[in-house]
Design a protein around this ligand. Structure first.
Ligand SMILES: [Zn+2]
Length: 370
């Protein structure tokens, strides 16, 4: 085979490979580094094709010309498609990489329809908690799940068709009827549907699914508060008027805290010392329940999102002084909410609550914002 022929065929091979890699499903979720490496295949196809054309001038062959031009064209298409994939969202959250693929180069007839949009689900998290396999709520509770994703589409404004599925013990994946929503440059999110169990606890798995991809599952553990006993039942009864969907667990908290609440889940944890070595009076137990329930409402009343939580902190800093020992305003705010409804309780973080602080603290427990 004459040398121009070999170069022309090599150019065509590399060009086709560049397109195949650009359109292949693997790269959609693997980010920019691979994309950059593979884009050199397309550039290589162009350079080799040009070299073949240069060597074809002495004894011109129409076959070499056609093959080399095809290789150059394929290399260009592959490179452009790859560059489109390298476009990443400038404001995307780092926790959940959002890597939209740019428009794939459509055929000259532009026949790719919006329905060809392929969504690849790359990660899953509980909003407020972060990446996790499990989260605990009480009966009737809901959490918001978020999915990192990438997509490829022939349109600049594609329809992302992603739904929330669930699986109860012993069953298969079924539809919840809930579609994920997406804001520009943000993860896909969906709130899990309200669910209650008649068992003491029950785990239900949820996942995001598109036509071609499914996320890892997240297990939501529902606790049936009506079957609580002992201190868990006591604390839940105190919190329930304001935090009806919370779970309560008695846990070893390291001895420093009487209780805690972490944003994202619906779970109040109470130290094993409560009622045994600490918080011996009913009023102090109720104050503790209302303090932790205030933290739950600090998350829920502002939309259950990181943006809302930041708004809440700013509002608390404006409306509440810091506690005696320099604790953050959200702690003094939770103390004052508890004191407003349980005047015989205590302020875990010290100081005192003004009339205005008591009013604001009670507003939050009743479902309003600070
Ligand atoms: Zn607190």
């Amino acid at each position: 085979m004459r040398r121009p022929w070999g170069l022309a065929l090599l150019s065509l091979l590399a060009g086709v490979a560049a397109i195949a890699v650009a359109l292949g499903p693997l790269l959609a979720s693997s980010g920019g580094v691979h994309g950059f490496a593979f884009s050199t295949i397309g550039v290589g196809a162009i350079l080799i094709g040009l070299n073949a054309l240069r060597r074809n001038r002495r004894a011109p062959s129409a076959g070499v010309l056609a093959t080399a031009v095809a290789g150059i064209g394929a290399g260009a298409i592959g490179s452009v498609a790859m560059l489109g994939m390298l476009v990443t969202s400038p404001g995307g959250p780092t926790l959940l990489p959002f890597a939209p693929a740019g428009p794939v180069v459509a055929g000259s007839t532009g026949q790719w329809a919006a329905s060809t949009t392929q969504v690849t689900l790359t990660s899953v998290a509980v909003v407020g908690v972060g990446p996790t396999k499990q989260v605990v709520v009480g009966n009737g509770g809901s959490v918001r799940l978020a999915a990192g994703y990438s997509f490829r589409s022939a349109t600049s404004n594609p329809q992302l068709d992603v739904r929330l599925e669930r699986r109860v013990a012993g069953g298969g994946w079924t539809a919840t009827g809930i579609e994920a929503t997406v804001a520009p440059n943000a993860p896909l999110t969906a709130a899990t549907p309200a669910y209650s169990t008649t068992l003491a606890t029950e785990a239900v798995q949820y996942r995001f699914a598109s036509g071609t991809s499914a996320s890892a599952p997240v297990s939501v553990v529902y606790e049936n508060q009506h079957l609580y006993t002992g201190m868990a039942a006591t604390i839940y009864a105190d919190a329930a008027p304001y935090c009806p969907n919370t779970a309560v667990e008695i846990a070893h908290l390291g001895g420093r805290e009487a209780g805690d609440y972490a944003p994202g889940a619906l779970l109040i944890r109470i130290s094993t010392a409560v009622g045994v070595r600490a918080n011996l009076t009913r009023a102090s137990q109720r104050a503790l329940a209302l303090h932790e329930c205030s933290h739950e409402r600090q998350w829920l009343n502002y939309g259950g999102s990181q943006e809302g939580y930041a708004q809440m902190k700013a509002a608390a800093a404006a409306d509440f002084t810091v506690g005696d020992n320099g604790a953050p305003p959200i702690e003094h705010a939770a103390d004052c909410g508890a004191m407003a409804l349980e005047p015989n309780g205590y302020l875990g973080y010290g100081g005192f609550c003004t009339r205005a602080e008591l009013n604001e603290g009670a507003r939050l427990l009743n479902g309003q914002e600070y």
